[in-house]
Write a protein that binds this ligand. Structure first.
Ligand code: IYR
Length: 226
């Protein structure tokens, strides 16, 4: 059903799916089981992944809520080996400087149990890199700046949904934040209104993967009841 409001804007009837409490319990537990199994990994297989799966994952991310529905994001999907190599080379250069000069001793100590360093071979091995850009402003008619709202919050929400969709498809991902990330704008030739937000390698995991033995906070540590 459709209607036009008093200012002339179109509305459509929305009938959200709802469930009885037992079904709700079952479904909420099932999603918890799926998503809480997600771990960031750094060892990928080069086994191909169908592009259509990646498209579905990005469509899922693109369905996130955003300030005034401006959808201030661009998801660059990189599978070209030459571009991946350029990204690896530039990321490792920045990361080398970060690990050897920019990061504080406290930061380096906090990362020790995670075993990270400036080497980023996964940037060439994973079949796809998704580089997420946030659009600081839009471009309307004749390139006029269109204001965007809550850009980082919106893109953060979309990235959360992206990671959930990747996990749901049975693929592995890493939230990688080489810093600074300006090289991504250059290599991918992005316009000046877009700023790199997150670099996410996606693929099957390598045959044998180890991850740090870390735990998640208990519900009582993250939820406060009033
Ligand atoms: N961006 C660097 C360092 C790094 C920082 C944090 I905070 C991490 O949780 C992991 C790594 C890198 O990707 O190695």
């Amino acid at each position: 059903m459709r209607k036009i409001d008093e200012k002339g804007y179109p509305w459509v009837q929305y009938v959200p799916k709802t469930y009885d409490p037992d079904t709700m319990l079952e479904r909420s537990k099932a999603l918890f089981d799926t998503l809480s199994e997600r771990r960031s990994i750094r060892e990928f297989s080069d086994r191909p992944v169908p592009l259509e799966v990646i498209e579905n994952i990005i469509k899922t991310a693109g369905s996130a809520p955003s300030g005034a529905n401006m959808q201030p994001w661009t998801f660059c999907v990189v599978s070209d080996p030459e571009i991946k190599s350029k990204i690896r080379e530039a990321a490792e250069k920045e990361e080398h400087d970060s690990y050897t000069r920019r990061m504080s001793q406290e930061w380096l100590k906090d990362l020790e149990p995670l075993g990270t360093d400036w080497h980023k071979p996964f940037l060439e091995i994973a079949p796809y890199l998704i580089v997420v850009f946030k659009k600081l402003y839009g471009k309307g008619e004749s390139d006029k700046k269109k204001q965007h709202y809550y850009v980082s919050e919106s893109v953060g929400l979309a990235c959360g949904m992206l990671l959930a969709a990747i996990q749901n498809a049975g693929l592995a991902s890493l939230t990688h934040t080489p810093s600074p990330m300006r090289f991504l704008s250059k290599i991918l030739n992005r316009p000046e209104n877009e700023k790199p937000f997150l670099l996410i390698p996606i693929g099957y995991p390598a045959d044998e993967v180890f991850v740090p033995d870390i735990s998640r906070k208990d519900i009582d540590q993250i939820m406060v009841k009033y």
